[in-house]
Write a protein of this length. Structure first.
Lengths: 307, 307
């Protein structure tokens, strides 16, 4: 009998579904340091307290915090929630871009000040070009949303592969500058790998068109904070929408909050805000609990560990 | 030789294009009460001063102000800018809806207060249903944007006609209540006809789902102000986006500015904010100037006059 601590909030029906998977699993919903397995994102600082732990299933796709040295004992299996949040993150990024393009953030600001004032020209959706940097699960869903509106889509991928039918151009990372140099919107949806840390330098932003916008729903450390301030202060591009930051939560006194051309959301893009995301997570958990009970190899094992 | 006062701002190339149409037309760009024709929206109060006026070509599709008694002398031809603004109005309405659905107005408000706080569930775009009330030129373009994202679209039209392929259902106005009763978003894009004044009563809003949003880019007098306040105060529906109001501009001290669930834009949806809208207007003006010079019947004549 294995004890599984389920650290996400479930209704009765959802509990029943997981409990029916195997008689060899005992599911508990309160913190239990004797658990053999954990489902959900628990504090990385607490993980060594789970002496019997064999497996951690996170509810996020990002796993940076769990592969740090001293967080998980060697031998503990880590699995992440691959593709579970892709649709919600893509939709969030997509609508943030449209909001910037149509100047609706500015109209909302004017509303706060009771200002009735038209704000000039905007872009026509179907005549836009967008680049998606990081063409994985989120990028693909984003591409489908953009193409649905007739937007020209350029993908940028780490490794070379065939261009899918539903995008217009596909580049590898070495041609990043070329890919982003003539688009209206750049979406950055890359994972938090070491090579992506501070990848977007001031020179990268200067490659973009001054009327372009950037939407980052990947990792906050893609852009160093001093670069971000310089881009904003010098108006290198027309607008930014950021859901992720180098330090989260963003400090209450951060000057970032007050840049009118910057739209901030609180790492909320992939937070189970779509019902379908949670359903997809439960599907994955069911699959992995089934495999766990049978002693089979789990889905989406993260083999990476920091030295 | 006819004198045409062009009351819209043109660059040299655009002026040249219109001036090349006919040697029988003399175009002037400063106000001239001797003009035989006017292109653009001039003050209705001034029109009787143009003693030689034969034709007014407005730059808007709405013409309510020009058909009032005593504004145009009998016999003066009025033509309006049919379909010129449809795409920009549709896109503005479309993005306002998405912004509400994704709670980005709330995140922008939180940003003003430096509040890092996630705001809970949002709707999945491709699982939504929308109703478009007033299925004319704007409605059709709106439908195409919505269908591009997989949204289920119900059209509501004054007169009966065959359902176009690109929408899912089509109703006539008598079934308005049925059409809007189970959708996530209601778009109102009807013209300012008498039968539409205060058409949306409190009962209409109560027919809608409490989680639905309404986007009005048609006419402000669709909703009486007291109804609007009741809908907002009692949270009859989840959100509204209004580009038009009974009295415009909205008074600086209007309480409407401060409802968090109401997104306000200043009658800006169809303001030549897309380059293509102005190009479409110039195409229409060229066509009508050509016809005017030849003495032919003009395009889009408004025969309606208030008694």
């Amino acid at each position: 009998m294995k004890k599984v601590y389920v650290a996400v909030s479930l209704n009765e029906q959802q509990k029943q579904r997981l409990e029916n998977i195997s008689e060899d699993l005992r599911l508990v919903y309160e913190k239990d340091y004797d658990a053999n397995a954990i489902v959900g994102n628990v504090s990385p600082l607490e993980l060594l307290k789970y002496k019997e732990l064999e497996w951690l299933q996170t509810s996020a796709v990002g796993y940076d915090a769990y592969i740090k040295k001293g967080v998980l004992r060697p031998g503990v299996i880590l699995t992440n929630a691959v593709d579970v949040h892709s649709q919600e993150v893509a939709e969030h990024a997509f609508v943030m871009m449209l909001m910037l393009i149509k100047k609706l953030h500015t109209y909302r600001d004017n509303q706060h000040e009771h200002i009735w004032q038209e704000e000039g020209k905007v872009k026509e959706i179907g005549k836009m070009k967008a680049a998606i940097v990081g063409f994985g699960n989120i990028g693909k869903r984003l591409a489908k949303l953009l193409k649905g509106l007739g937007i020209y889509v350029i993908g940028v991928k780490r490794t070379e592969s065939a261009k899918p039918d539903y995008i217009d151009e596909l580049y590898t990372s070495k041609d990043l500058d070329k890919a982003i140099s003539d688009v209206d919107a750049v979406f950055t949806v890359m994972p938090g790998t070491k090579e992506n840390v501070h990848l977007f330098t001031l020179d990268t932003f200067k490659m973009m068109r001054p009327d372009a916008v950037l939407i980052n729903v990947g990792r906050g450390n893609l852009i160093a904070e001093d670069v971000l301030y310089e881009v904003l202060d010098k108006h290198i591009i027309a607008g930014l929408a950021l859901d992720v930051f180098e330090k989260e939560p963003l400090d209450k006194n951060s000057p970032l909050w007050d840049y009118p051309q910057l739209l901030i959301t609180p790492h909320a893009a992939g937070f189970f805000h779509l019902d379908s995301a949670f359903e997809a997570f439960l599907d994955l958990v069911s699959e992995n609990l089934t495999r766990y009970a049978k002693g089979e190899e789990l889905k989406y094992i993260v083999s990476e560990r920091e030295a």
